[in-house]
Design a protein around this ligand. Structure first.
Ligand SMILES: [Cu+2]
Length: 203
């Protein structure tokens, strides 16, 4: 019964004249090719504007050690840029959470707060297995690897709360490894920052 059905189907397909029409084949090949090419060029341009094509610098002032090798990242920031715009955050990933360390405020947060329209520089490292920092709304994703810091820089442009999702299968509770990024007006961010910041302890 099934055999007859399949046979009948293949026969009706071979009868379709369009499959033998060269001009239609050319049109439906060229149009998607052009669309794909344009999407590719557009994406390349955005990735370039984000700094994705910049070479990774191996001695980064933001980092604790000058000789630390940065393995991957989107948008390397020059040391100058960091000096001017110093919103640097250290991200630790572990099974099954993200932690955001604000070295300037000497505190750690489970929520990532950033001011709108300011470039954020994040250095990320995993405490155990490979995780991935993904903010679907921002279209950014970067792996977080144990022992090999990666960099992710971005400039949020819209106030709001967005999900951060681990995009690398990292264990049984991987699906629950989520956090939030809160993009807020600079005054709100400063208020939050000042409320959380701790004085440096001199030992
Ligand atoms: Cu994970």
């Amino acid at each position: 019964m099934n055999y007859i059905k399949v046979k009948g189907l293949s026969k009706s397909y071979s009868d379709i004249k369009a499959l033998k029409n060269l001009s239609i084949e050319i049109v439906w090949t060229i149009i998607p090719s052009i669309i794909v090419l344009l999407i590719g060029l557009y994406s390349y341009n955005i990735y370039d504007r984000m700094g994705g094509m910049k070479e990774l610098n191996h001695n980064h002032e933001m980092m604790s050690s000058n000789t630390e090798k940065i393995w991957a990242g989107i948008s390397q920031t020059s040391d100058n840029e960091i000096a001017i715009n110093n919103l640097s955050i250290e991200v630790s990933a572990m099974q099954f959470a993200f932690l955001f360390n604000y070295p300037k405020g000497n505190f750690i947060s489970g929520e990532l707060h950033v001011p709108v329209d300011q470039k954020v520089s994040m250095k990320m490292e995993s405490k155990d297995v490979i995780h991935a920092f993904w903010v679907p709304e921002f279209r950014i994703k970067q792996d977080i690897i144990p022992g090999q810091p990666t960099i992710l820089n971005f400039t949020p442009t819209k106030v709001g709360k967005y999900p951060i999702i681990c995009a690398e299968l990292c264990g049984p509770y991987h699906g629950g490894m989520r956090a939030s990024i809160i993009v807020e007006e600079e005054s709100d961010y400063n208020e939050w920052f000042n409320k959380n910041k701790k004085p440096e302890v001199n030992l």
